[in-house]
Design a protein around this ligand. Structure first.
Ligand code: SF4
Length: 109
């Protein structure tokens, strides 16, 4: 019997893994089921906040999403989108800030 990473019940109970485990799991899945292989991989490391949010959304349908996220947390990924979350300096952050200096005074809405 072959155990598939497509079985979401298996991916619910994940422990921290290294990058090799993720690579092995991804190798068992058809490439067209892995959003970061079927879309422009630059989205996962994009400068644009909207592109980053789009990559995070695409990860939600990935069959190895839970494994990808747990591994990235364990490795403390320095940057990029992993498992549907944005990492910066080893921690998950909510959103990517746009480039440039923040406004000195917020503009009234
Ligand atoms: S969860 Fe996202 S970054 Fe991880 S393998 Fe899937 S598509 Fe790629």
């Amino acid at each position: 019997m072959t155990i598939s990473v497509l079985d979401r019940n298996l991916t619910e109970d994940v422990s921290p893994r290294d990058l090799g485990d993720l690579h092995d799991a991804a190798a068992q899945v058809e490439d067209e089921l892995l959003p970061c292989r079927t879309n422009n991989a630059e989205l996962w490391f994009a400068e644009s906040p909207s592109d980053v949010e789009f990559a995070k959304t695409l990860c939600q349908d990935c069959p190895v999403q839970a494994l990808c996220l747990s591994g990235a947390l364990e490795r403390r990924e320095p940057w990029g989108v992993w498992g549907g979350e944005l990492f910066l300096q080893g921690a998950v952050i909510a959103r990517k800030r746009p480039r440039g200096r923040p406004r000195k005074n917020e503009v009234a809405a």
